[in-house]
Design a protein around this ligand. Sequence first.
Ligand SMILES: *Cc1c(COP(=O)(O)O)cnc(C)c1O
Length: 411
Amino acid sequence: MTQKDLLSITEEFDSPVYVYDADKIISQYQRLTNAFKVNELRIHYAVKALSNISVLKLLNLLGCGLDTVSVQEVRLGLKAGVDPSKIIYTPNGVSLEEIEEVVKLGAQINIDNLSVLEQFGSRHPEIPVCIRINPHVMAGGNSKISVGHIDSKFGISIHQMPHLLRIVENTGMHINGIHMHTGSDILDIGVFLYASEILFEAARNFKELEFIDFGSGFKVPYREGDIETDIEDLGAQLTEKFEKFCKEYGRELALAFEPGKYLVSESGKFLAKVNVIKQTTSTVFAGIDTGFNHLIRPMFYGSHHEITNISNPEAKPRFYSVVGYICETDTFGNNRRIAEIREGDILSFSNAGAYCFSMASNFNSRYRPAEVMWYNGKAHLIRERETFEDLTRHQIEINFETSPKELVDKE
Ligand SMILES: *Cc1c(COP(=O)(O)O)cnc(C)c1O
């Protein structure tokens, strides 16, 4: 997918627009599966990162399963043709009713609190469930790389194991999987491996396991020279530990992961047009035809997205503040060195695959952008840009019978 391809996409589908490179998704999937040479590897793509049905279909073709956090995501997966046995459902704080709905759809349930575990086990002791453990691993007090810190709302505390086992025994339920999810960018493989030891320790308590799920948190690079999770190194070390565990456990288990970012972040580009160049006393603003309604990560998490001017790539770089059109602070990047920007140029944002479109909103009553998949050397529209009808579709207007004057005059 070249810069010329991207420019042609904005010509065909207008801006702003999200573009996903299918080849990049495929190569990330292959890199991940090559890194873990275990008997059975299960990759469940975290749908919440990017939930377009065509993306789910592509991953399904590769043999990838899905990790879901809502019944709606389960339904999207089924619509994409994914077999329910390859869908794991890992919600947090949802109702028992929703979990039961997902059971009917046939997905694997993952339970992350004792209250629901007890209720579920009492009602459906025959349905096997996976349990989400919080291993409470802290790395040097940096909450960014901690694995389920002590105050996290996620998972069942490893310290509650006796209570958990009592519930399993009392209800006669079957535990077929055990799970942890770091929920952050793994920079330190050692921390992850340490957490995995805790999970193995916990796993010894259950005799009917089929899989161990190590969640995700694989970090991808956001700028040149960025640290990323060394997936090959992690793969080699965890594979060894996992095989050793399976020997002791007495049975081959499946090793599972549920990456979102790792599979789709780098595949995505977000393309926007420059509406206005504005010089102030302190900086040069490039104002573009989008805002945090379409790409909230910089304002929400302080995330970095590389910005390049694909309309004028050979020009001399200058410094810009790239801002959106939302009537609030709406900054994509300050002091960015970008090839000279002219009004009408197209800017390309990198790492726009994960948590970008899926977090887009209609704030300021703007339409959510179109999505395109670049596949087999061609652009395929996979979501239309919204229209005015989409903004009003579900609104119900009241026919006020009184005139405005009567409303005001009333005592
Ligand atoms: C969000 C989430 C993931 C994916 O995390 P990434 O950092 O995008 O890889 C995996 N598992 C669960 C349970 C999640 O909530």
